[in-house]
Design a protein around this ligand. Structure first.
Ligand SMILES: Cc1ncc(COP(=O)(O)O)c(C=O)c1O
Length: 392
C-alpha cells in the first residue's frame, strides 16, 4: 500500500530541516532567544479582555447542536456588520463560515478545481498555499511580484508567463504576507481584466486587512463577470486564532451563483466543521476588536519605525516599506554564503531567529530576511540591534 500522491513533495522521514534542527538545538540549551518569527498573537504578551471573551463563549445556546452548513445567521450578520463598518456592503447570504482560512482555501479549490488543475499564486507570499494545494491535488504555479520603489507590485507581464490551459484560480493576498503590499486601483483593474480574459476565479486573502501603515486600505473586490472569493477570519482580525473561525465572502456572476452556492453548501455540510460556541459568540467577540487591534497596531507601528530607522544607517541592509500586515522584509546585500547557513549562524552568534526569504519564494539570488513586527518592543529592538551588529 502506497501513501497518496498528496505527500510526494513532503519529507516524511521525521527529520527536521537544518534551520528547524538548529532552532531546537539552540532552545534546548535554555539560551536567551530573540525570536523575530513570532506571529502567534496569543503568545505576544498582548492584554486580552479575558472576562469578556470567556463570557461570550459561555452562552447556553452553545449546548444545542443545530447543524447549519453556511454558518449561523447571527454570526454571518456580525461579519456583514464588520464590513459595513469598513464602508462595504456585504449581504449575509454571500458569507460562508469556515474553521480557519486554510479551510476556506480548500473549499474553493474543491468547488472549482479537478485534480491536476493549476492555481496561480503570488511569489513571494504565504508559504502554506503550497501545502493546501498539494493536499487538494492541484499544482501551484507562482507568478512573481515586482519590486518598485521599495514596494512589491502585481505585474500582468509576469502573470502572463504563468497561466496555462489548466489554470483555474488566481490567488492574491492583501496586505501580502510577508511583503505587506496592497493592490492599487490600477493593479485591481489589471488583475480583474486578466482573470476575465482567462476565465479564472479570484481568491483574495485579506486576513491582515485591518493592520495598515499608510493611508491606504484594501478594496473589497466584486465582479459581475467572474467569481471572486474573499477570505478573512478572527485569527488576525480579533487576534484569536485558537477559536478557529473564518469566512468566505462570495461575489459570483448571476448565471453561476446558484450552482456555486449549492456546491459550497454541500462541501460545508459534509464537514460541518465550525464549532457552535464560536458562532454563538461571534457578535459579542467583535466588541473586543478595537481594544485588541489598537494594541497590535501600536506595537507593529513602533517596531516598524524602529527597524526602518536603524536599518537606514546600515548600507548592507535594505528594508522595504510594508503597506500593511505584521511583517518586515529586509534584503541583505553582499552575502555569499548559503541562506540556511547564514540563518543558523545568525541564531548561534546572536540569539536572533528569523525566517529566510526562500521560505516565501523570494525571486532571484538575493538574500532576504523576514521579521515579524509582533514581538514585544524591547525584545524586538534588541533583536534588530543584534542583526545590525552582525551584518554592519
Ligand atoms: C496570509 C495568511 N492567510 C491565512 C493565515 C491563517 O489564517 P487562519 O488561522 O484563519 O487559518 C495566515 C496565518 O498567518 C496568513 O498569514
Amino acid at each position: 500500500m502506497y501513501i497518496s500522491k498528496r505527500f510526494e513533495n513532503y519529507e516524511l522521514s521525521g527529520c527536521l530541516n537544518p534551520i528547524a534542527a538548529a532552532y531546537q538545538n539552540y532552545i534546548s540549551h535554555g539560551k536567551e532567544i530573540f525570536d523575530l518569527t513570532l506571529s502567534n498573537p496569543t503568545k505576544a504578551n498582548l492584554s486580552y479582555p479575558e472576562s469578556e471573551i470567556l463570557q461570550s463563549l459561555s452562552n447556553s445556546r452553545s449546548l444545542l447542536y443545530e447543524p447549519t452548513p453556511k454558518g449561523f445567521y447571527t454570526a454571518r450578520e456580525a461579519i456583514s456588520l464588520y464590513y459595513s463598518s469598513l464602508g462595504f456592503s456585504v449581504s449575509v447570504d454571500d458569507i460562508f463560515l469556515t474553521s480557519g482560512t486554510s479551510e476556506g482555501y480548500s473549499y474553493i479549490i474543491k468547488l472549482i478545481c479537478n485534480p491536476g488543475d493549476e492555481i496561480l499564486i503570488p511569489a513571494p507570499s504565504y508559504p502554506l498555499l503550497d501545502f493546501i494545494a498539494s493536499l487538494e491535488l492541484v499544482n501551484v504555479v507562482p507568478y512573481y511580484l515586482e519590486e518598485k520603489e521599495n514596494i512589491w507590485t502585481f505585474s500582468t507581464k509576469n502573470i502572463m508567463n504563468s497561466v496555462s490551459k489548466k489554470t483555474k484560480l488566481l490567488f492574491f493576498v492583501q496586505p501580502n504576507n510577508p511583503t505587506g503590499n496592497i493592490l492599487s486601483y490600477k493593479e485591481i483593474n489589471d488583475l480583474l481584466s486578466f482573470a476575465e480574459e482567462y476565465n479564472l476565479a479570484i481568491v483574495i486573502d485579506e486576513v491582515f486587512r485591518d493592520y495598515l501603515f499608510l493611508n491606504k486600505s484594501p478594496q473589497l473586490l466584486f465582479s459581475e463577470k467572474i467569481p471572486i472569493f474573499t477570505l478573512n477570519g478572527i485569527s488576525k482580525t480579533l487576534a484569536l486564532p485558537q477559536l478557529k473561525l473564518s469566512w468566505i465572502v462570495c461575489s459570483c456572476p448571476k448565471s453561476i451563483k446558484k450552482e456555486f452556492y449549492e456546491g459550497l453548501e454541500i462541501i460545508a455540510d459534509t464537514y460541518l466543521s465550525v464549532n457552535t460556541p464560536v458562532q454563538v459568540a461571534l457578535a459579542d467577540l467583535f466588541r473586543v476588536k478595537d481594544l485588541i487591534q489598537t494594541q497590535i497596531q501600536s506595537r507593529i507601528t513602533q517596531n516598524l519605525d524602529f527597524a526602518i530607522t536603524q536599518f537606514s544607517n546600515c548600507s548592507h541592509i535594505k528594508s522595504y516599506l510594508p503597506q500593511g500586515g505584521w511583517y518586515l522584509v529586509v534584503k541583505i546585500c553582499d552575502i555569499t554564503i548559503p541562506e540556511d547557513e547564514l540563518i543558523i549562524d545568525l541564531l548561534n552568534q546572536t540569539g536572533v531567529y528569523v525566517h529566510p526569504g526562500s521560505m516565501f519564494r523570494f525571486p532571484g539570488n538575493n538574500f532576504y530576511l523576514i521579521l515579524s513586527l509582533l514581538p514585544e518592543e524591547n525584545l524586538f529592538r534588541e533583536g534588530i540591534q543584534r542583526i545590525i551588529e552582525y551584518f554592519c
